[in-house]
Structure formats: structure tokens, C-alpha cells
Design a protein around this ligand. Sequence first.
Ligand code: PLP
Length: 354
Amino acid sequence: MSLPEIVIDLEKITNNVRNVRALTDPLGLEVVGVTKGVLGDLRIAGAFLAGGITTFGDSRWENLQRLRQAFPDVSLMLLRIPGLSQIESVIQWSDISLNSDMEVLRALSEEALRLSKRHKVILMVDLGDLREGVWPRDLAEFTKKASTLPGIRIVGLGVNFACYGGLIPTVEKLNTLVELAGVMEEILGYSLTVISGGNSANLGLVLNRTIPRRINELRLGEAILLGTESIKRQLLPGAVADAFVLRAEIIECYEKPTLPQGEIGQDAFGEVPEFSDEGWRQRGILALGRQDVPVEGLILRDRRLKIFGASSDHLIVDLTQAPEFAVGSIVEFNLRYPGLLGAMTSPYVRKKYI
Ligand SMILES: *Cc1c(COP(=O)(O)O)cnc(C)c1O
């Protein structure tokens, strides 16, 4: 065994899927299981399937390719709007993609025709988070133009919240989405099959059952993987937060002061660090660093420990309250979303499935 490792409890993940579906099913919400936080991991995707997920969503076509090869029958959604350099892969490996650019749609249409396919698209509208999406004012015109492209079929309208701008989804915003879908349907002359209302940030509206009835899909990663909604990061009722546990070992353990000794300049990341003097403390160095996970993504499972800070390959923790820790001891962490993303994509973190 070599550390660090991430211990992945597949049963807990399946339990979290079932848990989320117990909330969404009664409201007529289809769940797209989002795998981008775990590098499109096939065993985790299998745990999604066991919980009843039938569509996987990922931001990277490379992950979709692996998922397609392992699960030929599932539906695959590309979550990040495609780039012009990726058109071939998008058509080949996704059944449906989220889109907001006319030039990209033209290219998708051409490539689909070349392969005698019809590629399904969900148009994205920006309701204020200021990441992807057509501005609402322009959506009608955009739909009109896109509807003339023979290689694509517009099957839905989607929106994203709380990603760039931290915009909180509200009933009002989602009612606007439904109204915009109506405008599109008049232009298209058929009804949209998908109104995709957002991500794990929308679960508050699911819990209090105020999500508008026409919304029929959510794209969920965090709520399944970490069991949390993503506005206040509260654990969903019935969910577990420890399906993933990161484990790292202590490689040095000494009592040292909390203030560096001498003149302070920039640290390894170009910042001038600041310290508060807490006197001499028992300090452990873990073989874990920013190359593996961002420190902000780590939650110590043992509440007696505290994180002092980290460089590329070292994480320094305060062990004063936990005297049994020594060189060779293992420290365990729960993960926030950035921590999960880092650990799952780091080639140095071994994956152990239980
Ligand atoms: C990442 C992503 C999601 C899933 O977000 P979670 O907060 O993990 O549920 C949904 N939609 C899009 C477009 C995304 O990029």
C-alpha cells in the first residue's frame, strides 16, 4: 500500500442516488448523474446505474468515450458547451449536448449529417449567473436560426445556477425558464421534451417542493457524490457525506513554533504568508500537497486536528490535541467538491473501492 489514497464506498454512492431520487421522482424530475467530479470513473458510474440513473452527464468528451465503451445503452450528455475543435468527438461520444453558440451548432449539424446522425441539443439560457447561455432577449431569434439546421434537433431548454456568479435559483427564475420554453415551442412548432432546471444548487427548491412543475430534469453531481445541496452545502436528509475518504500519512512530527523564525518573504506560491502566534505546537507533515488536492477542499475527520497550511507536496497539521499521532500515522479527510475533484484527478492519489 502506498499513500495517499481515496477510499470510495460504492454502496454509499448508490444510497445517495436513491436518496436524491426519493426527492426528485415524486416531482417528475429526471436525474442526470454527473460524473465530471470523479473523472468519469466507471465503477462510480456503475454505482449510479445501480441507483437507477439512466443518463450520465460529463463536461469532458474523453470521459463520455470511456463511459460509452463500458455502458453502451446509457444516454450520454455533454455538459460543457462544445468547442469548435471538438465537434467530431462530441457527435461521436454524446447523445445530447448543451449549447449556446450558433457557429458551434452549425458545425455540430454538419458533422452529424456527415455521419447520418441527428444530434440532440439543449439550448442554454443565461438567467444571470453569467457563465454559459444565450441572453434571454436573444433566445427567440437564436431558436429560429438554430431550428433551420438539419443535423441537430432542439429537444430542450436548460439553465445553470451558482457556478460562476453564485446565482441562487428561485421559483421566479425558473418560471422565467418555463416561459422562455413556451416562446421556443411556438417558434419550433413542437413541445420540448426537456426543461433542464439546473444542478445541485436547485435542491432547496426540491426539498420545499416549490420547483415549477414543467421543470423535468436536474443535472446532479455533488448531491449524489457528497450528499449536499450546493447553496448552503447542507447535507440532504438521508444522505451521507463520507462516500469518499482521503487518507494520507505523517512523514515528520515535531514540536515547533507557529511563527517562522526570521524575516518573511514570499512563500512557494508567491504569497506573503501571515501567521498568528499560538506558541509551540506539535506539528505533523503529511505526504499530501496542492499537487493532489486544494487545501480548501479538505475536512479533517478528527476534530482535534487543525490544518496550518500546505505547499505543493506537504500539508502541515496541528497535532497538539492528539498526542497519539506519530510518523506513519494516517490522517483521514472528508472532501468538499474541489477536494474530490483534485483527489480523483491526481495521478498520485490511489483509488480504493469498497
Ligand atoms: C457540473 C455541472 C452540473 C452538476 O453540478 P453539481 O453542482 O455537481 O450538481 C450540472 N450542469 C452543468 C452544466 C455542469 O457543468
